[in-house]
Design a binder for this molecule. Structure first.
Ligand code: MN
Length: 739
């Protein structure tokens, strides 16, 4: 279809008039003639050109010029340059023509814009640095960068008509270079529009999805903000402030960024609320009014002391002024509150445009003259670009905070503030809430994420304690709690618990001894202590109650009259054991295991001997020689009844063969612990795992691992290695039950 030229011409002059109206600086007649000349030159140069969308090309330079004027606040030179920005690159017009028509200043800017378009075709991240250097050395005038940003913004707004591959290239370039640049220059509105637009083209489905969810939750969020605002609104009005409160919708991009980088769900981000209180304030009252509003907000809602930012006393380098705080709502949600005046709000959104608007007023009260005037402002941009450490203010904030790092401030799910010493863990927090909560604590959610009890808290964390009726304080807890409250409570519970166990053990022993007609008295208990190699009565009772005492050992030491006698009996057994072996094997012949000497033997599955164990051989009727450990539960019975079938046996030093052995590991369940264990076993110690089984209950895990190892030395090396792993409470060799 033929375009309607008359209609187009009408639209073009409308667009041009709109551009003139959007200029926020006063223009002399000469300025107006200058801009008109630039417009005419551009119209003439581009007259036959059309954009991909089919519309006359001139729409584009007009739109770019309008962004420069309206959204960045630039004046006549920039507007003229924006109108001309594509002429040298795309048309017959030369730089000399531009020089002749508009003078050297415009020539330089157009020259810069033409050269820069090549620079923007980056291929690697190294280009970022080159780009920065180019920005510094190439354009004499930083207006080049601002016009380039406006150019890119308009291209992004009209990206629909481009081919898909071009869309992708332009969009990713935008998020990579232009959005950060806009951010650095304090052009927040442009920055977030660029980010949203680039996401729309690089991740269209994600963009749509977030957009859809935002729309769906709009009402809920609006209701929350309304409710949250009621009490502050009332009091702000009562105190005579003129203000508006706005919910601050997050940009699609910023939500995506959080989902992407912090790996959290949309549902956990969308309800991170932010409101903005914008005060209509007299220039000389700005600071006082903002702090008055701050006082009112924090009277109603408790602020997170770590999240106060005063960019009014110290504006950001890009001119941003505002007061930020984060407060806890009654429902336990964090709400970021930004407090600023209308002037500050406009500067924050528009950057330079607002500076122009307020220039005269600020001059009138003689405040911060360095913040006004386009040349000074542009110098500031140059400074910003030259300053590598662009987070100087943030860095100072961090530094100040770290000076007060001896204490941390954390929150309950309902928003109650708790102060804890630094390095406090989730478990300390649980005990801080209540000692019963601590005692039953099996884990916690910090900022919605599940963490182990030993998780070290940071200021601002919000913690939800998870408890279980089955939980009881563990000895291992003492190794990571830091508050004395937690420590003493854990100790006292452990003591109580131990006392109860000891009492049980004592009863069990009394009963056992009564059954075999042995007196339960001090002398006999002393003999038992010797037998089990313990020093303390309560230790003995404790072990008994925990089922760790083998009562079978008692019988052999019973001597008449209900007396126990340990010492000599063992010697007897040991002597007879060894002498029996000697006697039986007679010829001093030994079975040497691990040597290919023709002996047909098997390692008995009842005790799974491994090299290094003290062992003996037992001649079976049909199964050749079986090797048992001296400590095998069957040893005594075999010795007593079949002494003549026993063969003296020892291991040959060798490390070639592998033997089955089983260990039991207990500890506190922790993410990655199983990995660490298996890693230690198979990598560090070079041991083969035959099978493993882990079970976790209430955060305590128990693991049974069947290993193939060389000898006892090898095994004890592994056990001590495993004991070094954090979270492991005990590693022990256990009998292999089956087979
Ligand atoms: Mn352009």
């Amino acid at each position: 279809m033929e375009p309607d030229i008359d209609l187009e011409n009408k639209q073009i002059s409308n667009a041009y008039r709109g551009l003139l109206r959007s200029i926020q600086v006063e223009l002399s007649n000469e300025d107006k003639r200058f801009i008109r000349k630039a417009f005419n030159t551009s119209v003439e140069a581009h007259k036959n050109a059309r954009r991909k969308s089919g519309e006359p090309f001139i729409y584009h330079p007009i739109a770019v010029a309008r962004i420069c004027a309206e959204e960045i606040g630039l004046g006549k030179t920039s507007v003229a340059c924006a109108l001309l920005h594509d002429t040298v690159e795309d048309t017959h017009i030369t730089l000399d023509d531009i020089h002749e028509l508009f003078g050297v200043k415009v020539r330089k800017i157009i020259d810069g814009l033409t050269k820069i378009s090549g620079v923007f075709d980056y291929t690697s991240s190294q280009q970022i640095e080159n780009f920065r250097k180019m920005l510094l050395t190439l354009p004499d005038d930083v207006r080049v960068i601002l016009i380039k940003l406006a150019d890119r913004l308009h291209n992004m707004r009209t990206l629909d008509s481009m081919a898909r591959d071009k869309q992708l290239k332009i969009a990713s370039e935008t998020s990579y270079l232009y959005a950060p640049l806009a951010h650095r220059l304090g052009l927040y509105a442009i920055k977030s529009e660029l980010e949203d637009l680039s996401l729309k083209y690089t991740e269209p489905e994600v963009y749509e999805e977030i957009q859809r969810k935002l729309n769906k939750t709009k009402d809920v969020r609006a209701r929350f903000i309304r409710k949250f605002s009621i009490p502050i609104k009332q009091e702000l009005s009562d105190s005579g402030l003129k203000f508006t409160i706005k919910g601050r919708p997050k940009s699609v991009y910023s939500i995506w960024n959080k989902i992407h980088n912090k790996k959290v769900a949309f549902e956990e981000i969308y309800d991170v609320f932010a409101i903005r209180i914008i005060i209509d304030s007299e220039l000389h009252m700005e600071k006082a009014d903002c702090w008055r509003a701050y006082a009112i907000v924090t009277d109603h809602y408790r602020p997170n002391p770590e999240r106060l930012r005063d960019w009014i006393s110290h504006p950001k380098q890009n001119g941003y002024e505002s007061l930020h705080t984060t407060v806890m709502s009654p429902t336990g949600k964090w709400v970021e509150v930004q407090i600023r005046t209308e002037r500050m709000d406009e500067i924050a959104e528009k950057g330079l445009a607002a500076h122009w608007k307020y220039k005269k007023n600020i001059q009138a009260i003689g405040r911060e003259p360095q913040q006004i005037g386009i040349d000074v402002w542009i110098d500031k941009i140059r400074e910003l670009l030259e300053n590598k450490d662009d987070n100087a203010i943030d860095f100072m904030d961090e530094l100040k905070l770290s000076l007060y790092a001896k204490e941390i401030f954390v929150f309950t799910p309902t928003g109650e503030l708790r102060t804890l010493p630094s390095r406090a863990t989730a478990l300390d927090f649980a005990f801080e809430i209540h000692s019963e909560v601590g005692a039953k604590c099996i884990g916690a959610k910090v900022n919605h994420k599940l963490v182990p009890l030993s998780y070290e808290l940071k200021s601002g964390d919000q913690i939800e304690v998870i408890t279980s009726e089955k939980q009881n304080p563990k000895e291992a807890w003492l190794s990571f709690v830091v508050t004395s409250k937690a420590k003493s409570k854990i100790k006292s519970v452990l003591d109580e618990e131990r006392k109860r166990v000891v009492a049980d053990g004592k009863e069990i022993l009394e009963r056992k001894l009564r059954n075999i007609k042995v007196a339960f008295d001090d002398a006999n208990v002393q003999e038992l202590l010797k037998l089990y190699k313990l020093t303390d009565h309560s230790d003995l009772y404790y072990q008994i109650a925990k089922g760790k005492v083998d009562f079978k050992k008692i019988k052999p030491i019973v001597i008449k009259g209900g007396r126990l006698k340990h010492g000599s009996i063992t010697r007897t057994i040991k002597e007879s054991f060894e002498s029996l072996i000697d006697r039986v094997s007679g010829k001093k012949e030994e079975l040497i295991l691990g040597e290919g000497d023709g002996f047909d033997y098997k390692l008995s599955p009842c005790c799974n001997p491994i090299p290094g164990d003290e062992v003996f051989g037992f001649i079976t009727i049909r199964d050749g020689i079986k090797v048992h450990r001296n400590t095998c539960p069957n040893a005594k019975q075999l010795l007593a009844n079949y002494a003549y079938r026993i063969i003296k046996t020892r291991w040959k030093n060798q490390k070639i063969l592998e033997f089955k052995s089983k260990i039991k590991i207990t500890g506190i369940d922790d993410i990655g612990l199983v990995h660490k264990i298996t890693n230690t076993i198979s990598k560090d110690m070079n041991v083969n795992i035959k099978s493993l089984k882990f079970e976790t209950e209430d955060g305590v895990f128990e693991g049974d691992i069947l290993l193939l190892i060389h000898d006892t030395e090898h095994l004890s090396g592994l056990i001590s290695e495993l004991n070094l792993i954090e979270g492991i409470k005990r590693v022990e060799r256990v009998e292999i039950m089956s087979e």
